[in-house]
Design a protein around this ligand. Structure first.
Ligand SMILES: NC(=O)c1ccc[n+]([C@@H]2O[C@H](COP(=O)([O-])OP(=O)(O)OC[C@H]3O[C@@H](n4cnc5c(N)ncnc54)[C@H](OP(=O)(O)O)[C@@H]3O)[C@@H](O)[C@H]2O)c1
Length: 251
């Protein structure tokens, strides 16, 4: 099997579960050494490292609570330390929280928590690591289809993803001179813990597929495939884009 990311390094946040885990496995399969970030799910992160190594890849787990500014600073220092003299080729800002709370019930704590984890942390992490990014490196964000279209019940979460789309375009402009490409993936409903309240019932699954052109539920590997493309050489002329990966939801 070809290894388009051989000798590359990648940091994937939120790699312990769901979409981030699938992205970490995909980048490792493509040959990258993966720093698999986690917060609470240490067992799952260690298991991921084991799975990657068993498959012939290389990875190491790295912890940080992205809600905490100081912890993000420590993560930046820790990644630089582990890189030694190497550069970081691929930064995947994927970790996030989604709190499904109606507008009228969204208090400032709920809003601040999601802004901190979903927007401030990727901003701060990317800023902290920007000098360590390789020329020709890639930054990926995980956005969401909720940034472009209305879904009821999560306005605070939705605006955090709108901010990610804007950051994607601005960073792409800023980092283009160094050949660094910046793109975002906007998943639709994808079968992970985050989407359990929606996809955990037959009614929820039927409702989701009724909104999609493709009539099945998205899997983390569907997102990881596009992340592999955006991290790899075949997307060399793609930057500043938010790519909808949703089976064509609400077209
Ligand atoms: N699933 C969907 O339907 C869907 C749709 C659109 C967009 N997305 C986006 O896709 C990305 C991944 O979502 P997912 O569905 O894979 O979510 P998930 O299964 O809930 O996993 C979330 C990941 O983020 C990490 N995380 C959460 N809070 C954190 C914190 N305070 N500090 C550090 N890490 C933290 C978790 O780490 P620990 O478990 O180690 O704490 C976990 O690895 C997110 O950006 C999400 O917004 C998901």
């Amino acid at each position: 099997m070809s290894k388009p990311l051989a000798n590359k390094t990648a940091l994937v946040t939120g790699a312990s579960r769901g979409i981030g885990r699938a992205i970490a496995k995909r980048l490792a399969r493509d040959g990258a050494h993966v720093f698999a970030h986690y917060n609470r799910s240490s067992n799952s992160a260690e298991a991921l490292v084991g799975e990657i190594e068993e498959a012939g890849g290389s990875a190491e787990a790295i912890a940080a609570d992205l809600e905490d500014v100081k912890a993000v600073d420590r993560l930046v220092a820790d990644v630089k330390d582990r890189l030694g003299g190497r550069k970081l080729d691929i930064l995947v800002n994927n970790a996030a929280v989604a709190e499904f709370v109606a507008f009228a019930d969204t208090d400032t704590e709920t809003l601040d928590r999601q802004l901190a984890i979903n927007v401030r942390a990727p901003f701060q992490l990317t800023s902290g690591l920007v000098d360590s990014l390789a020329e020709g490196g890639r930054v990926l964000f995980t956005s969401s289809v909720v940034a472009r279209t209305y879904f009821p019940g999560a306005p605070a979460y939705a605006i955090t993803k709108g901010a990610i789309d804007t950051l994607t375009r601005h960073l792409a402009g800023e980092l283009g001179e160094r050949g660094i490409r910046v793109n975002a993936i906007a998943p639709g409903a994808t079968e992970t813990d985050m989407a359990e309240s929606l996809l955990g019932s037959d009614e929820g699954r039927a409702q989701v597929t009724s909104l999609q052109a493709l009539k099945r539920i998205g899997q983390p590997e569907d997102i990881a495939g596009v992340a592999g493309f955006l991290a790899g050489p075949d997307s060399a002329w793609v930057t500043g884009q938010v790519i909808d990966v949703s089976g064509g939801i609400k077209l």
